[in-house]
Design a protein around this ligand. Structure first.
Ligand SMILES: [Fe+2]
Length: 226
């Protein structure tokens, strides 16, 4: 992805989040120069993978296969293993009409996907087998604490304020309808290195064409600037 495009995507997301009254923490707005001036006091941010995370899933078409994420807080896989400390994660996300997040499931992470504002968020669900294939099994799900039974491949539509709990092994693909959606994720620790299985193999972090300077850093940029 071109850096100029990533800069534009982050500007759009910042405007959308502010427009919906969701205030991001200060490090969302730090510039590369701000990062160069920081010391060890901010090391949790890169170490835990906090911050901007823009992906086109390696498919080269952000308008169709794109997702804008901001990781607000996150613990470590060690915390999950030991059951001590920060075992949780919170993200904020933004999707434009026409975008779709490809079907994936997690091995460990239980996550609540929360429609925070905008249009409807549609989530398509499939159970998985041990080899990562879809199964025909029906699913029991929880929408804001209310149990629901759905057939394989059915969708759940979340309006603003509604949330769905996703358990490990349940494939989910998501997209917005009627308007762009700002949504949250509250979950067990996020581990992008080991905990994602995509139904069709895709990339997770973009290769960047540096056609202009970054306005804000992505999670993958910290090593170069900090
Ligand atoms: Fe997920």
């Amino acid at each position: 992805m071109k850096r100029s495009k990533i800069n534009r995507i982050i500007r759009t997301a910042k405007d959308a989040f502010a427009g919906h009254g969701f205030a991001l923490p200060p490090f969302a707005f730090w510039s590369p120069d701000d990062w160069r001036a920081k010391g060890p006091e901010v090391s949790e941010i890169p170490a835990h993978g906090l911050g901007w995370d823009i992906t086109d899933f390696g498919l080269g078409d952000f308008a169709q296969h794109g997702l804008t994420l901001f990781t607000i807080r996150n613990g470590t896989p060690d915390a999950v293993r030991s059951g001590q400390g920060k075992t949780y994660c919170e993200k904020l996300a933004f999707m434009e009409l026409g975008q779709r997040c490809p079907d994936h499931h997690h091995y460990v992470k239980v996550e609540d996907i929360i429609n925070r504002a905008g249009g409807e968020l549609v989530i398509q669900l499939h159970a998985s087998d041990d080899h990562g294939a879809f199964t025909d099994d029906a699913l029991t799900i929880s929408v804001d604490g209310v149990e629901r039974f759905i057939a394989a491949g059915d969708t759940v539509r979340l309006t603003p304020g509604e949330s769905l709990t996703l358990n490990p092994g349940v494939y989910h693909g998501l997209w917005p309808e009627s308007a762009p959606v700002m949504f949250g994720e509250v979950s067990v620790v996020n581990d992008d290195q080991a905990d994602n299985r995509f139904h069709r193999p895709v990339g997770r972090f973009p290769k960047i064409d540096e056609d202009e300077p970054p306005e804000h850093l992505l999670i993958g940029d910290y090593a170069e600037y900090y």
